[in-house]
Design a protein around this ligand. Sequence first.
Ligand SMILES: [Zn+2]
Length: 494
Amino acid sequence: MTAGAHSAQTAGAWEPVIGLEIHVELDTATKMFCACAVTKGDPPNTHTCPVCLAHPGALPVVNQRAVEYATRIALALGCTVRPRNVFHRKNYFYPDLPKAYQISQFDEPLAVDGRFEYWVGDEKLRCRIDRVHMEEDAAKLVHAGGEAGRIAGSDYSVVDFNRGGTPLVEIVSEPEIPSPAAAREFLQQLRDLVIELAVSACVMEEGQVRWDANISVRRVGDTGLGTRTELKNMNSFRYLQQALEAEIPRQVEVLEAGGRIDQETLHFDPATGVTTPLRSKEEAHDYRYFPEPDLVPLVMDPAWVEEVRAGLPELPGARVARFMEQYGLSRADAVVLGGTGALARFYEEVVAQGVDAKLAANWTMGEYLAHLNAAGLEPGHGHATPERLAKLIRLIADGTVSTSAAKDVFAKMIEERAEPAAIVERHGLGQISDTVELEAAVARVVADNPAQVEQYRGGKQQVIGFLVGQAMKATGGRANPKLVNELLRKTLDA
Ligand SMILES: [Zn+2]
């Protein structure tokens, strides 16, 4: 979908309305209501205790660090932290829930009335956040004997209680997201925000962040909401977008045929691209929420909340805006460089060495990012340090190396773990700005390419690009392209 396409709707057409509920597992040392360690990859059922196994009489105790982390998220989303909040029991039976209820929050959640600003292409969108609340994760069911670990077709299932009781934060948006592409951007940028807050690594493959989406359609101009369907427990940005894109025409078709949409949960099959009903949606009253009698209401000290607020880092949205302003970057470049903390810090360290911000942006997004991807490294790691990249950029700026030779220097800088100037010296990669030497190369190119020379002289000026390229090739990419261009024109126009 192209930028802005989601807002370019015509009257009478249908428009989608999307809302999201995002679950984030917090990176606390211990679980939400007991002292068991939060771990990944340990043998099953090695981090359990009477509390998270729901033995009779065991009492939960709230994890203060989890409250702090949840509060960080709430404040970063501009929410009002409520002075008093209450845990509720959400009753339902499932094999991964030994208590047969989940401790969650209901009508007195941690925080309400926030907003999230995100970008879709060059358009800044804003979505209200209904609430941010705390709860505990369920245990993990492992379905064995079937294909792809799905429950359908499996022979039996086992439960790993290590995950049971892990602190979770649920973020609930208002249904204000205008397109599948916008929903995807919303989630990606929200995940960046949570990572920045250092409360969760949000590893998608481990389900540390996952979401439900609800979607309805209405006529452009209508303000009410249609009946919505839900897509549950997703953790792929791409599948979410595909599922929503498949669901919109399905709903429109039903409505235009005079039918009605049933409120139900859908399953999306990425292989067929089709959404199918899974189960009808339970209503809140089905959960028989009631206040958790084993926990007192949480009274939030306003001074403590302000302390948490003061400790928030610069948030990605603000940093992107600052990068555009301070470094003159385009929106797209600012998002790549400023969207995540580690890369933003690397870029700013390069610029801090006194090199041109635009050149630094091009090299950080180009060669440096390609290197990180190829080597599987996180920004800031490896042998391409900000200092070395800045030195290389300086060599380009002062004409010591050509841009194409600089790419070679960059690669060798990592291979040989050496300073750019030393590599230029060692491998003779310096730019040739010596006119006599270049004149010889130009004369050869002119002699070797009579057809192109004739075309140029016949008025086809753009052939010069090809000839410059040949001269660059002949000098191993080391010729000063500007000088080559001048010399070529001088020779050909003579
Ligand atoms: Zn425990």
